[in-house]
Design a protein around this ligand. Structure first.
Ligand code: GYE
Length: 336
């Protein structure tokens, strides 16, 4: 919300409102431009957060959306939520709308890494702080956003590879790997691919024989796995950039008469409930966790940047990995 000195004087409530602002830690003074925000009336100090979500492509995404919505309510932040349906143009439009509505803070999870400079510059010119959640952008100008909150995707790829290296250490012949990549151009797809490839590079037995995008969806994972199976008679391992694509691939593998988890070892990333169930059931072999529960930290950051406080440039989520055994133990108390 924004209140100028003029507004206060004009309304004749200067002293009262000023006292109110002091009591709320002066957060309302952090903005320098004028005019009421879209959400509140003058005197209402609720922070308005515009959030542009990627879409609803996976179990991870659904859990992430729930986390953001619940945390906003909990924190007393007014959330303007927009679902971009996996399209960058929709996200750019949503961000421009937020700017026009003069929200206090903008947060978004960029569907792809490139192509954000112009719209981020517009937000900066409007003096609206931007927080990147979950996925990064490749903008050279780091002043276009305040902070990034999310996971180390390169590490997730590397941990996946390290499990495989250990698992296949006694293999004598080549181990054929197929890879289901996430959304083309997205940070998690780029980084998970990189982390995995770098880690297996020193091991000549481990070969990626096919790699294609399944767009992080079950349908995509199934369709691409069907093609992989048709084109490659010997597939030993599937590395899927998320659980959902792995779950879709399960159907293709079973339909091809192979046993998932045995004939073809499956490694995925996320550790959402359905993925963890598949792991506990012996259909998956390993999952590197990626937490979608970013809501509470995001709200905390929104309050801080709104108040003009310094925040770290990058905040990483703590994560673990799961085997079939540890998945069985973790499942009963799993939150997402
Ligand atoms: O792994 C995938 C989702 O950006 C970390 O996006 C996120 C990824 C997640 O669709 O399931």
């Amino acid at each position: 919300m924004r209140i100028t000195g003029n507004t206060l004087t004009r309304r004749g409530f200067g002293a009262i409102l000023a006292a109110g602002l002091l009591a709320t830690g002066l957060t309302a003074c952090a903005n320098s431009d004028t005019g009421d925000n879209a959400g509140g009336t003058a005197g209402d100090d609720k922070i308005v957060l515009g959030f542009s979500q990627v879409g609803a492509e996976s179990g991870w995404r659904t859990a992430n959306t729930t986390s953001v919505k619940e945390a906003a309510t909990e924190a007393g932040i007014e959330l303007k939520f927009d679902d971009a349906q996996q399209k960058q143009e929709n996200q750019i439009r949503a961000i421009r709308n937020f700017i026009q509505q003069k929200v206090d803070v903008i947060a978004f999870s960029p569907v792809v890494e490139s192509g954000w400079d112009t719209v981020l510059k517009e937000a900066k010119d409007a003096q609206i702080p931007v927080i990147l959640t979950d996925r990064a952008v490749d903008s050279a100008d780091k002043t276009l956003y305040k902070t990034f909150l999310g996971s180390d995707f390169v590490k997730e790829g590397r941990l996946s590879a390290e499990w495989l290296i250990e698992e296949t250490k006694s293999a004598t012949g080549p181990v054929n790997i197929v890879e289901l990549q996430g959304t083309t151009g997205s940070a998690p797809a780029n980084d998970r691919k990189k982390g995995f490839a770098e880690a297996i590079a020193a091991n000549p037995n481990l070969k990626i024989i096919a790699s294609q995008s399944g767009d992080f969806t079950r349908a995509g994972g199934k369709a691409v796995m069907e093609q992989f199976l048709k084109a490659n008679p010997k597939i030993d391992v599937l590395f899927a950039h998320n659980d959902d694509m792995g779950l879709g691939a399960l159907e293709a593998i079973t339909a091809a008469g192979k046993v998932p988890g045995k004939d073809i070892k499956i490694i995925t990333i996320d550790a959402v409930k359905d993925g963890m169930q598949a792991l506990a059931d012996g259909k998956f072999n390993f999952i590197a966790e990626c937490s979608p529960l970013l809501g509470p930290q995001l709200m905390d950051l929104a309050k801080k940047v709104h108040a003009g406080e310094e925040v770290p440039a990058r905040i990483e989520t703590e994560e673990t990995t799961f085997t079939q055994q540890t998945a069985k133990e973790a499942l009963p108390t799993r939150k997402y």
